[in-house]
Design a protein around this ligand. Structure first.
Ligand SMILES: CC(C)(COP(=O)(O)OP(=O)(O)OC[C@H]1O[C@@H](n2cnc3c(N)ncnc32)[C@H](O)[C@@H]1OP(=O)(O)O)[C@@H](O)C(=O)NCCC(=O)NCCS
Length: 300
C-alpha cells in the first residue's frame, strides 16, 4: 500500500459510535441516501451486532460524510470454524468523494481486524476493484435447483412468525442464539442481527416456525409452484422433505440458496447471478468442497 494522502478538512473522525443514537441515525440516513436501504428497524430488533466497530468521518452538524463498519462474522468453511470479520455499510457522500476518505476508513478497519486477530474478512460489493489492492478475492457462488422431495407429513403444520411481534421475536432470537450452521460447506455460525434485519428488507421473505423440529425457516414463493428456501435456523437442521411437509407447500420446483449438504436432498448447482460479489481476504485461497453460497439471510 502506498502512503497516499487523505483530505478530511472540516470533518471529525469517530469510531465505535453506535452507543450514540444521534450518530447511529446519521448512519441510517447515509445508507438510506446511498443505497436506499433502511436499517432503522434494527433498533427495535435488538440493535446492531454487538461486535460492530463502525469507523466514520462526521461533519460539524452531525452528518456522516463517510463510513465503513466492521463486525465479527463467525463462519464455517469446508467444515472448519473460521473466526472471520465482515465489512459493511461502506459509503461516502458525493461531496466528499475522491479525497481518500474511503481509503482511510478501509485501512483503519483492516488495522482493527489485524489487532483483533481475525483469520479472514468478507464483504459484498459491486466494485471489486476497490478491494483487490488489499488482497480481497471474489468467491464463486452457486445456488441449487431441483425437484421437490416427497414431503414428510408433519404432526402439526408450521406457523408464520412476525419478527416485529414480541413473542415471535423472542422465539426467533433464542433459535438464532443456538443455531447450527445451515451448511458445513459455507455458512454463518451466528450473525443474528443480519438475519433479523433481512426479514424486514425484502417484503417477499416469510418466516415460519416448525414446532416439531424447533426450526425457523426463511422462504419465498414468488411465483406459484416455485419454492425458494433461504435459510433454516435450528440446532438440528431438518430435511427438506420435513420442511416442505410442515409448510404444506404445493410446488414443482425448489431453489435452495445455500449448500444443501444437511437437507437430505440434492439439486443441481447453478452459478449465482447477482450484481454484487462476495469477496474474502484470507491467508490461503478458499475453494469450497462443494458449490456453495452464503444464505441471503446473512447478507450484510
Ligand atoms: C465507492 C466509494 C465508497 C469511494 O469513496 P471515496 O471516498 O471517493 O474513495 P477514495 O477517494 O478514498 O478512493 C479510494 C480508492 O478507491 C478508488 N475508487 C474510488 N471510487 C471507485 C469506484 N467507484 N470503483 C472503483 N474504485 C474506486 C480510488 O481510485 C482510490 O484508489 P487508490 O487508493 O488507489 O487511490 C464512494 O464512491 C461511494 O460511496 N459510492 C457509493 C456506495 C458504494 O459503492 N460503496 C462501496 C460499496 S461496497
Amino acid at each position: 500500500m502506498t502512503s497516499k494522502s487523505v483530505d478530511h478538512s472540516g470533518l471529525t473522525f469517530r469510531r465505535d459510535y453506535f452507543g450514540d443514537l444521534k450518530a447511529w441515525q446519521a448512519l441510517v440516513d447515509l445508507l438510506k441516501d446511498t443505497f436506499d436501504i433502511d436499517i432503522g428497524p434494527l433498533q427495535q430488533m435488538g440493535g446492531p451486532d454487538s461486535s460492530s466497530m463502525p469507523f466514520g468521518w462526521f461533519t460539524d452538524d452531525g452528518r456522516l460524510a463517510a463510513n465503513l463498519s466492521a463486525f465479527s462474522m463467525p463462519l464455517v468453511i469446508n467444515g472448519r470454524r473460521v473466526n472471520a470479520a465482515a465489512f459493511q455499510s461502506g459509503a461516502v457522500r458525493p461531496p466528499w468523494r475522491g479525497r481518500g476518505l474511503y481509503r482511510d476508513l478501509t485501512r483503519k478497519a483492516l488495522a482493527w481486524c489485524e489487532e483483533k486477530g481475525f483469520e479472514a474478512i468478507v464483504l459484498y460489493t459491486d466494485k471489486p476493484s476497490l478491494y483487490e489492492p488489499y488482497g480481497f478475492h471474489s468467491l464463486s457462488l452457486h445456488a441449487y435447483s431441483g425437484k421437490v422431495p416427497a414431503a414428510s407429513k408433519a404432526q402439526t403444520p408450521a406457523r408464520r412468525l412476525d419478527p416485529l411481534e414480541k413473542a415471535d421475536f423472542e422465539l426467533l432470537r433464542m433459535a438464532l442464539q443456538t443455531r447450527a450452521p445451515v451448511s458445513n460447506v459455507f455458512a454463518v455460525r451466528e450473525s443474528a442481527a443480519m438475519f433479523l434485519i433481512n426479514t424486514q428488507l425484502d417484503p417477499g421473505v416469510r418466516i415460519s416456525w416448525i414446532e416439531q423440529e424447533r426450526a425457523a425457516v426463511a422462504w419465498k414463493m414468488e411465483t406459484p409452484g416455485h419454492f425458494t428456501l433461504l435459510d433454516v435456523v435450528s440446532d438440528n437442521i431438518p430435511s427438506l422433505a420435513a420442511i416442505m411437509g410442515a409448510l404444506e407447500i404445493e410446488a414443482e420446483r425448489v431453489d435452495v440458496l445455500f449448500c444443501p449438504d444437511k437437507l437430505g436432498w440434492s439439486g443441481e448447482a447453478k452459478p449465482l447471478e447477482t450484481h454484487t460479489q462476495l469477496m474474502i481476504r484470507a491467508p490461503a485461497e478458499i475453494a469450497f468442497d462443494r458449490p456453495a453460497m452464503l444464505s441471503p439471510m446473512a447478507d450484510f
